[in-house]
Design a protein around this ligand. Sequence first.
Ligand code: AGP
Length: 612
Amino acid sequence: MCGIVGYIGNKEAFPIIIKGLRRLEYRGYDSAGVALLNGDLTVYKKVGKVSELEKVTDNHQLTANIGIGHTRWATHGEPNDVNAHPHLSQSGNLAIIHNGIIENYAVIKEVLVKRGYIFHSDTDTEVLVNLIEEIKKQENTTIDEAVRIALNEVVGAYAIVVIDKTNPDILVAARKGSPLVLGIGDNEFYIASDASPIIEYTTNVIYLDDQELAIVNRNGQFTIKTLQNVEKSYAIQKLEMTLEAIEKGGFDHFMLKEIYEQPKAIADSLRGRINAQQGWIKLGGLDEYINRIDKAKRFIITACGTSWHSGLIGEYLIEDLARVPVEVEYASEFRYRNPVINETDVVIAISQSGETADTLAAIELAKDRQALIYGICNVSGSSIARNTHAGSYTHAGPEIGVASTKAFSTQICILTLIALQIAIQKGTITTSKFREILYELENIPKKIEEVLKLDAQIKELAAIYKDANNFLYLGRGYNFPVALEGALKLKEISYIHAEGYPAAEMKHGPIALIDEAMPVVFLATNKSAYEKIVSNIQEVKARKGKIIAVVNKGDKQISELADHVIEVPETEEVLSPLISIVPLQLLAYHIAIMRGCNVDQPRNLAKSVTVE
Ligand code: AGP
């Protein structure tokens, strides 16, 4: 949520910032703005996309070697020009960009108003910049010290960067709860919400920790200190991401590119971690804590959105294969409902971004109660990756489309490996079954390639149903979470109302919705539930619903019943979600495109939800 980029050095700041904002636009796209310091501190900002900001800056003198930029996902105050960032302090000497929420802004604002401050926007951010200004004045201190003191007074989450017109040689950045990466160039620094604006210029980065400040200087020096004013040592890390990975590579949209990347993403996720022929799994994060994980009395999986759906599949996998009880919790509920968590529990936190505020808070809660925390994240160096005891990266590569696709399938891969590893260790699976599943896992990328060849057929289906007002997705067993995920994909990018249900639950309510205008997508690839799902299809057919069924290749029975079938290659039942989700991703994509929706940046959404 909200993208932040800052630059200080000898290059022109504006082009770097604008390019960075375009790369960060997936984080929020309500409005965008930039502040440039070149003697004067000038702010340009505009509601709408970064392209709107560019129109505003056209024909202006934009020369500066220091600047900050922001792309916003509104929290306090509607998206408009005034609420857009950067915000200036009352004197016009300070400019700030901010990602997060200052919870006690109202109290601080009241004090500042009494001291004569006038506010122009509805944002908490304008309060923060004026608090910094007031402290700087009252304490007669430097900008970095004023920022540090101010941040000790605020409650909430933030990643901020501040420019001071009276000290044009430094940028001050700080974080708590929202990510911030410092890129170290040759006598120059880049600051951003993630590495995508930085990768083009340097691979040397430092991920700031919570409650840390970075003070970066035009002459190439920098200091990192805590909010308690203690200087910190730091580790410079090498970025592994490539520029190519964050570009569209010939696809019209990131989402489509990422759907098509799934065979590679899954292969990358499994690389070096399994060997079917030799019959082993090696999941680094798991090895270190295997004794504690093996003895776990219970697993609790916590996540949000699509990651929560993969968590549900994790529950089916771990209980089915390893016979250990699992609970799956929405992080936002888990953190506030005073759950029972024991020292013998293992909490698995799943997050593509590794920055989701609720998931992070759930981790903190479980840590306090002494559980072992295992993270499954895609973004290296992310907060969740750094705040867990152990974990595995999904290695899906950057996922930029707001609708999660390849992150979902790679999360399932990791959960499958965890379940299999515990199962073989505990003896709840035979060696031959273990090997069969491993062989089949190795085959999954090829099978997904086959599903991707159905794209044209799925596009035709999309054309038939693009104007539907509602969709129902039904599945049983391993395909129930897939039904939920298929429905989420459709609603978030096409704005069509869609519900996912366990197929048998349909009779307990949703069946009332079915008429000749209702498309019902059945996931019918799991053999163990085949006859049951055939009955559910009959029930929908009897009520004239339109049936789209995802079936195994060569299926006869359902093909005769359904209005449309999508035939996918058969696989082991425990792996079926990896195959059956792909047609649903493509269906959602094509319907959204046909409805004229912006699939990569759907309305009201942001890629990484860093506020609760
Ligand atoms: C999925 O398409 C969504 N955009 C969303 O539900 C997402 O999965 C959720 O916000 C969790 O994000 P995370 O995986 O980065 O924690």
